[in-house]
Design a protein around this ligand. Structure first.
Ligand code: NDP
Length: 328
């Protein structure tokens, strides 16, 4: 029976265990495209899955890894042929469907996009769901009508994956980017990515007022909780905030004041079930606009075996930028 190497999460009466082991190809789930996975990455959600700190995984055994890049090995899908290079983000991989911390994956071809033009598989995973989500947030702000001429934009969780990518993409789009971080030692890194100003995240993490001084025209938030509440209360009249994360908590202790007195909009961002046309638009724009030197500066490469310990690191806020997982 044919097997491949995979990080596997198992669960028994004693709880969850994670190991790198051989996995039987016969156990792959349904799908019309089989991939040889060459690269993956580590997102916050992968950290939750690997550590079991939140009930992200909903079937066992599970191969985590919400993102993958690889080569089509077999296909019954009309859009993909053997040898095509593709990228996979979300759609429940690593949660309900076997994911990409493995040498092989079998998925629906409807979930795949072609490897973006001008990007290597490793670069596409340096972007990963974090970068594609940052672009979804930027596109949402633009659809709402926000422009750099409106004023500065705040990026929270700045040293993380979504934050780092947001800074690089917003700076390229002409925004005056203010980066909120709990890691002042990363100020030079954040400025190199394109941040014009740094604020300490403690300015936003305590309980705030329903309305506070108008400081930012827009925001991209990956932290949630009081940070998002404070960002909303500091947003200019008519501004908008794209909310995509919960690194600081899932709650949102705010009031209706920013919405009904300042006409502020809260735009929700979901990457997992985003439709294909929007994914393709996001990846095209990333391929066109993302400075490859900045991408390299925010990326570190690790082997597949190291992803298990890195899962705890990302939840502890110890990962800077993006981690690429080399598999092939
Ligand atoms: P990272 O861990 O890379 O980044 C999160 C950052 O948030 C940290 O680097 C840190 O930045 C900051 N942070 C962490 N803990 C706290 C805290 N307790 N209070 C305030 N700030 C904190 O994760 P990702 O960038 O991969 O993901 C960020 C969030 O976005 C996660 O919640 C993730 O689940 C979510 N997400 C959602 C998606 C969607 O589809 N909606 C897609 C992708 C991610 P610093 O040290 O600079 O302060």
């Amino acid at each position: 029976m044919s097997t491949f190497r995979a990080v596997v999460i198992d669960r028994d009466g004693n709880g969850q265990s994670v190991s790198l082991k051989n996995f039987s190809e016969a156990e792959l789930m349904d799908g019309d495209v089989t991939l040889r996975v060459t690269h993956s990455t580590l997102n916050y959600k992968d950290g939750l899955a690997l550590t079991g700190k939140a009930p992200v995984v909903r079937r066992f055994p599970m191969i985590p890894g919400v993102d993958g890049a690889g080569v089509v090995e077999a296909s019954n899908h009309p859009d993909f042929q053997v040898g095509d290079r593709v990228v996979l983000n979300g759609w429940g991989t690593g949660e309900t469907h076997l994911g990409s911390y493995a040498e092989k994956a079998r998925v629906s071809g409807d979930w795949l996009v072609p490897l973006p033009r001008g990007m290597t598989p490793a670069q596409s995973m340096a972007v990963g769901t974090a970068g594609y989500t940052a672009m979804l947030a930027l596109l949402a702000l633009e659809r709402y009508g926000c422009t750099p001429a409106d004023g500065p934009i705040l990026v929270t969780g700045a040293s993380g994956g979504v934050g780092s990518m947001s800074i690089a993409l917003l700076a390229k789009a002409g925004w005056h980017v203010v980066a909120s971080t709990g890691r002042p030692a990363e100020s030079a890194y954040l400025k190199d990515l394109g941040a014009a100003e740094i604020v300490d995240r403690t300015e936003l993490s305590g309980p705030g007022k329903p309305l506070a001084k108008e400081r930012w025209a827009a925001g991209i938030d990956s932290v949630g909780s009081t940070t998002l509440a404070n960002l909303l209360s500091h947003t200019h009249y008519g501004g908008a905030v794209a909310a995509c994360g919960l690194a600081g908590g899932m709650d949102l202790p705010t009031s209706v004041a920013p919405f009904i007195l300042r006409n502020v909009a809260l735009l929700g961002i979901d990457s997992v079930r985003a439709q294909k046309a929007l994914r393709l638009q996001a990846w095209d724009r990333i391929a066109r606009d993302l400075d490859r030197d900045k991408l390299a500066a925010m990326s570190t490469t690790i082997p597949l075996a190291d992803v298990i310990s890195a899962g705890a690191d990302i939840l502890a806020g110890k990962v800077r930028g993006r981690l690429v997982v080399e598999i092939g």
